[in-house]
Design a protein around this ligand. Structure first.
Ligand code: NAP
Length: 277
């Protein structure tokens, strides 16, 4: 069983979901990618994260393929480009995303990152979409504490902040994570396995994995969701990776593991600018 996290308002989702960045870029891989997402749904990773940006909309089409005939099994997250985030632009962008995914509504719709449009205007567009039943809730991405504070009275309506968070990028532990915890706002950790790169070959991480007879990616995921206030959305097109990622939920890291990881990936001791990809 994958542990769950709760959004404000009470809806809960499994703390391990699935990313889709780079899916849809190659038409020949599209069926395999949709199959991978469906396998993830079968294994309980029901949150699927996408964006109008990914493959210029083609990732959303892959999501549409994956949820075809089983929409109720998935909790779909998509994101609007900052340059589409005016009050009317948000509505138009959402309509296009719905069409590409061939669904009636999006479960969580995020501002991908901050641009020139005032946050309040974007939020007004989001609220109009909620009223129209096109999205169930809204949130932000790549926002730091000062951005969230700027939401002011709208902050309780913000379901999440999706940010870069992994052993390699722990800056948010200093202030953003405590801020979100105080406001009962779960954080969505993107690139949680370091995009499958160098992170997974760090000796300290590999040693913890070996101690548990697990993979480095599984340790990275178990670590990311350890607090209960964070969910992780690893992207995997490879079925073996999907299986491995879902099984990471069963791994509980002990004090010895956490100390070894702190030693290799120091937690922040001061404010750092929000890291993003
Ligand atoms: P990631 O999930 O950390 O890494 C994905 C890469 O790792 C893929 O190449 C994948 O390979 C590989 N991988 C996955 N599981 C693995 C495993 N168990 N063992 C070894 N390798 C594994 O990076 P990401 O895609 O950047 O981030 C995840 C998702 O977060 C994105 O897909 C996207 O939905 C979201 N995101 C959001 C933002 C934002 O600005 N809001 C930014 C970046 C990402 P295969 O595909 O070959 O399986």
């Amino acid at each position: 069983m994958i542990p769950r996290i709760s959004f404000p308002g009470g809806v809960s989702v499994p703390a391990l979901g699935q990313g889709t960045w780079h899916m849809g870029e190659d038409g020949a891989s599209r069926a395999r990618e949709a199959d991978a997402l469906r396998l993830g749904l079968d294994l309980g990773m029901t949150v699927i994260d996408t964006a109008e940006m990914y493959a210029d909309g083609a990732a959303e089409e892959v999501v549409g393929d994956a949820v075809d005939g089983r929409r109720a099994d998935a909790f779909i997250v998509s994101k609007v480009y900052p340059h589409n985030a005016s009050r009317s632009g948000v509505v138009a962008a959402c309509e296009r995303s719905l069409k590409r995914m061939r669904v009636e509504s999006i479960d969580l719709y995020l501002l991908h990152w901050r641009g020139a449009v005032p946050l309040a205007e974007t939020v007004a567009g989001f609220e109009a979409l909620v009223q129209a039943g096109k999205i169930a809730r809204w949130g932000v991405s790549n926002c730091d504490v000062d951005d969230l504070e700027e939401l002011g009275a709208a902050l309780p309506g913000c379901a999440t902040d999706q940010v870069l968070y992994s052993l390699e990028n722990r800056g948010i532990e200093f202030d953003l994570l405590p801020f979100c915890a105080r406001h009962s706002m779960p954080v969505m950790a993107y690139s949680p396995v370091g995009q499958g790169g160098r992170l997974l070959r760090v000796p300290a991480l590999m040693a913890v994995a070996a101690r548990h007879g697990r993979s480095a990616a599984q340790v990275a995921l178990a670590w990311a969701i350890r607090s209960g206030g964070v969910m992780a959305i690893p992207k995997a097109s490879d079925a073996a990776h999907v299986r491995e990622n879902a099984a990471a939920a069963a791994l509980v890291l002990d004090d010895e593991d956490l100390a070894a990881l702190d030693e290799a990936f120091a937690p922040p001791s001061r404010k750092r600018g929000l890291a993003m990809l």
